[in-house]
Design a protein around this ligand. Structure first.
Ligand code: KPL
Length: 303
């Protein structure tokens, strides 16, 4: 099968490697001529896992290319997903399948609403990888991925195909809840690690950080409950505590974005949550505070 991947970041290349290993052909759709030239100089990327490095020779092209797309994986940052999709929209075959794998919420539903005739799946992953150098990826942890269909129509056989690519992949009939669970954890950890400029585990070491995290979690629990979304079978703070402890040495994606002066995913994480809270009239001051604080660091001229 031929797959196109939009978003050649860590998760995109990790999936490109998984797909190629399973015998699929992969084409990376790169963000611009400079990136394409850079890739064309070496024409491969590598993935190191448990000390072993494998090379992968994926094809690469720009969105303007004309070859029809049948299987599309979107692994861009969440804020770029809709524009990236629209840049290749004209190339999608009538029966194309699209899988979105990114943090945050909002773009997934937006694409379904704007393209009701397409088969759209969404996923959430705890896979971890980072770049040691451009095009050289290190797999940090082998995580779980859950996918589920968001569009009205679709062929469940797609799951079987994907399960043969990743043995740890599971399917859910309620992807919305799965995305909310990841969103809740990201609300609890990401903005605070970015604001305190600390590793995930360092949130737990200080009373003020723990108190801020507990307040955020309490608000997320209340709103989710009011919206009829079942998060975890215990309080979010307990769940988020375990994740922060387990990933204690890691820098969250938002901490890394802020420290490298990159756009963060705050709008599709805490921003999405604060909008959802409005439907319930439950006040969410702790989340609102970190939303504004990250907006101020991130794009001071845009708000
Ligand atoms: O998903 C994450 C992220 O960094 O975006 C967490 C769970 C916080 C792990 O770092």
């Amino acid at each position: 099968m031929q797959w196109h991947i939009l978003g050649a970041g860590a998760i995109g290349l990790l999936w490109a490697a998984k797909l190629q290993r399973a015998g699929h052909r992969v084409t990376l759709i790169l963000s611009g001529p400079q990136k394409l030239n850079q890739y064309n100089e070496i024409e491969h990327f590598s993935v190191t896992s448990e000390g072993l490095t494998d090379r992968f020779n994926a094809d690469a092209e720009l969105a303007e290319h004309t070859v029809p797309i049948h299987h599309l994986l979107i692994t861009t940052k969440s804020f770029a997903a809709v524009d990236a999709f629209n840049s290749i929209r004209h190339r999608l075959a009538g029966n194309a399948r699209i899988l979105l794998l990114h943090n945050g919420m909002g773009p997934q539903q937006q694409l379904v609403d704007e393209n009701p005739q397409l088969e759209i799946w969404a996923g959430s992953t705890t896979d971890g990888a980072y770049f040691e150098s451009p095009w050289n990826l290190v797999r940090a942890g082998i995580g779980d991925t859950q996918i589920g269909r968001l569009s009205e129509y679709g062929d469940e056989q797609f799951f079987e195909e994907m399960a043969s690519v990743d043995g740890k992949l599971t399917m859910t009939t309620d992807i919305n809840t799965v995305l909310w669970r990841k969103l809740a954890i990201n609300c609890a950890i990401n903005p605070l690690t970015a604001l305190y400029d600390c590793r995930n585990g360092e949130l737990l070491k200080y009373t003020d950080r723990r108190a801020a995290m507990a307040q955020i979690c309490k608000e997320v629990d209340s709103v989710a409950n009011a919206l009829g979304i079942t998060l975890f079978d215990r309080k979010l703070m307990e769940q988020a505590w375990d994740v922060a402890e387990l990933t204690g040495r890691n820098h969250s994606s938002m901490q890394q974005d802020v420290s490298h002066n990159r756009t963060t995913e705050i709008e599709t994480i805490t921003g999405f949550f604060c909008k959802a809270a409005k439907q319930t009239s439950i006040p969410v001051p702790a989340n609102q505070l970190v939303l504004e604080a990250i907006r101020n660091i991130n794009e001071p001229d845009d708000y």
